[in-house]
Design a protein around this ligand. Structure first.
Ligand SMILES: *Cc1c(COP(=O)(O)O)cnc(C)c1O
Length: 371
C-alpha cells in the first residue's frame, strides 16, 4: 500500500500511551517515599483517561498492590484485569453496588460519613464476617470524610473492632503549593486524629503533590495519581516526571486563502492573506476543548501552528502558512506529545492537565506502547 493509501485507510487520530513512562513515573514517586511507605496508584476516571486496566496492569508488574478508583463501577471494571493480590479501594464510598457485589469483587470502600460506617457495619453483620474498609477524615478540604466532631465520636466507637480498618486517610487541598499554610494545618489535624485512634492503624495523606512536601507527609501509604500520567504535581518549577502521552490527528484538507476571509463557525477569525490553512481531524467531541478556539496550538512536522477560528465538533483549523516543510492532507498534527504536554494544552485552555486527559474522547485509536 502506498503512503497515501495507508494514510487514507488508517486511523484518523491516534492516542499512544507509553506504559513504560508511566511505570517509570511510579518508580520516581516511590523512590521519594520514606522506607516502609507503600506507594498506591490512583486509577480513577479510567486511569485519568488513559485506560485504567493497562495502566494498573503495568503498575502491578512494577510491584504496585494498592489501587484507588472513584466508584464501584470503576472497581468492578478493573477487577478482572488484575490478580487477586491487587487491593482495590473505592474513594466515593459504599455506593453504586450492593455490599455483596463489593465484597465478591474484593472492593474495599472508603467510609466517608457516620452513615457509611453504620451501613458497612450492618453489611458485616449480614455477611457474618469482618469486612474491610478505609476511613477518611476531613482535615480541611471539606469534600469527603468525617468531620472533626464526627471523627472524635466515631473513632472511639466500636466499629474499629467490628470492621477491619485497613487505613485511615485524609486528602490535602493545597499540596501543589508547598508554601501554602493549609498544608501544615491539615498535617497537624491529621496527626491529632491519628493520635486518638483506638488501635494503631496505617495512615495515608499524600497525593502526588503531597509526596513532594516532604517525609512527614508520607505516613504508610501514598496515593499518587496525576504524577503517574505525567501531569506535574508542582505548580512551579520543572516537572520531574515523564510525559507518557502522544496524541496525533490527521490533516484532512489544506487550502490557500488569498483574500480577507473568515475561518470557522461564527466567522470570528479573519485571516491576514495570503495564508495556508489546514483542517485537522479532532474537535471538541474528542476532548479538544472548545475554549481552545483561537488559543490552542498544534505541532506539524515539529513546528508550532496556531489554531484559528472556533473549534468544531470533529475538526480544528490551524494556520500552516509559515511551515518550513509544507504539509498536506494525510500528514499528522501533534496535539499532545514531545512538543507540548497535557499541562501545556491545559495552560492554553485555562484549565489543568487533569481535565485535558480525562476529557480525551472515545474516537482515538489507542495504542499501548513500551519504550
Ligand atoms: C484523585 C485523588 C488522589 C490523587 O491525586 P493526584 O493529585 O492526581 O495525585 C489522591 N487521593 C484522593 C482522595 C483523590 O481523590
Amino acid at each position: 500500500m502506498s503512503d497515501a493509501a495507508a494514510a487514507r485507510s488508517g486511523a484518523l487520530s491516534v492516542l499512544d500511551v507509553d506504559l513504560d513512562a508511566i511505570a517509570e513515573n511510579y518508580l520516581i514517586l516511590k523512590k521519594k517515599l520514606n522506607a516502609g511507605c507503600d506507594c498506591a496508584a490512583v486509577v480513577k476516571a479510567d486511569g485519568y483517561g488513559l485506560g485504567a486496566v493497562p495502566v494498573a496492569q503495568a503498575l502491578f508488574a512494577q510491584g504496585c498492590r494498592h489501587f484507588f478508583v472513584a466508584t464501584a463501577a470503576e472497581g468492578l471494571a478493573l477487577r478482572p484485569g488484575l490478580p487477586p493480590s491487587a487491593l482495590l479501594y473505592v474513594l466515593n464510598g459504599p455506593w453504586g453496588a450492593t455490599h455483596s457485589d463489593f465484597t465478591a469483587a474484593g472492593l474495599v470502600p472508603v467510609l466517608n460519613t457516620p452513615e457509611d460506617i453504620a451501613y458497612w457495619t450492618r453489611a458485616a453483620q449480614t455477611q457474618g464476617r469482618r469486612l474491610s474498609a478505609l476511613v477518611q477524615i476531613d482535615t480541611g478540604m471539606n469534600r469527603l470524610g468525617l468531620s472533626a466532631a464526627d471523627a472524635v465520636e466515631m473513632l472511639e466507637a466500636d466499629f474499629f473492632k467490628t470492621l477491619d480498618i485497613r487505613c485511615v486517610m485524609s486528602h490535602l487541598a493545597c499540596a501543589d503549593d508547598p508554601a501554602h499554610p493549609k498544608n501544615g494545618e491539615q498535617l497537624a489535624l491529621f496527626l491529632a486524629a491519628a493520635a486518638r485512634l483506638p488501635t494503631p492503624c496505617r495512615l495515608s495523606l499524600s497525593n502526588s503533590a503531597g509526596i513532594f512536601l516532604g517525609p512527614e507527609y508520607h505516613f504508610d501509604l501514598a496515593r499518587p495519581g496525576c504524577g503517574l500520567y505525567g501531569i506535574s504535581p508542582l505548580s512551579v518549577g520543572e516537572n520531574p516526571l515523564r510525559n507518557p502521552v502522544r496524541l496525533r490527528a490527521r490533516i484532512l484538507q489544506t487550502r490557500r486563502i488569498d483574500r480577507l476571509e473568515t475561518v470557522g463557525y461564527g466567522a470570528t477569525y479573519t485571516v491576514v492573506p495570503p495564508v495556508k490553512c489546514a483542517t485537522i481531524s479532532a474537535g471538541y467531541a474528542d476532548g479538544y476543548l472548545r475554549c481552545l478556539s483561537g488559543r490552542g496550538h498544534v505541532f506539524i512536522h515539529g513546528e508550532k501552528c496556531p489554531v484559528i477560528g472556533r473549534v468544531s465538533m470533529d475538526t480544528i483549523m490551524a494556520d500552516v502558512t509559515d511551515l518550513k516543510r509544507e504539509c498536506q492532507a494525510g500528514d499528522w498534527a501533534e496535539i499532545i506529545g514531545p512538543h507540548q504536554t497535557a499541562d501545556a494544552v491545559a495552560a492554553q485552555a485555562g484549565t489543568i492537565g487533569y481535565e485535558i486527559l480525562t476529557s480525551l474522547g472515545a474516537r482515538y485509536e489507542r495504542n499501548y506502547i513500551r519504550t
